[in-house]
Design a protein around this ligand. Sequence first.
Ligand code: ATR
Length: 283
Amino acid sequence: MVDRPRALVCGHPVAHSRSPLIHGHWLSVLGIDGSYEAVDVPPEGFPDFLRSLGRNGYVGGNITIPHKEAAFRLVDDADDAARRIGAVNTLWFEDGRLLGANTDWIGFAANLDEFAPGWDNAGTATVLGAGGAARGILYALAKRGFDDIRLVNRTLSRAEALAREFGSLGDIRITVHGWEEIGNALEGANLLVNTTSLGMEETGAAKPDLSSLAAGAVVNDIVYVPLETPLLKAASAAGFKTVDGLGMLLHQAVAGFEKWFGATPRVTEELRRLVIEDMERST
Ligand code: ATR
């Protein structure tokens, strides 16, 4: 390994990123002499920035909004998840080549494994939203053997395009629904995941009746600000198991750290608390 490896998170804006806190904590806990910094790069400068990453002394890093799709197009090679999702969030060098992976789907699955073990025992899931984030969730659900997915989105054509693209992955069968049909989409589902950027009450849709979800269903919001979103609050009040989105952020970071710093970090309650405290300070 290189002396004092340097990694980064690159985004625009990037000041809000919790990744330096997460990786900084792991570097300190594991006693590794390395660094992880946040670098703000506007879209027009991103291709040049990426091409000079190695020359500038970085061993790799994370890529965040709005550069994940551009990073996918610019890397020398990408893993299966990144190719399917069309976005890269983790970069590293191998034999001088810049490689990319998408670990968001790993973070999503690991978060549910931690807080709702058995979440993937039954094969029916409802996914709200059909944007970039939903792509990672569909990939994870296919990998974990889900076969009946109901995709709900305001813009039906976007959901249809995603259903066509991901419908051939694993055993999954995807049906699409507009917000007005959310009742049908929730019926008997064992897992409900929100990937839309907005809280449910802000979508203009009537508040969905969660009572038709399967008994014991798990409800997850990948949005983690606030930690308890309106959807999670409603699900909790209706007696369902809820999982917030913070664990996805923490778990997606593990694979990158391993690549850059050569050690496997742990997602602990202490780390979770540190990030929550940081979020509370900045609101
Ligand atoms: P991300 O990468 O976070 O998924 P995105 O690609 O912009 O971001 O997708 C945002 C998702 O939130 C989409 O599913 C979007 O619905 P549309 O495809 O209809 O745009 C959803 N979304 C955003 N604002 C919304 C609103 N006011 N009502 C309903 N859905 C909304």
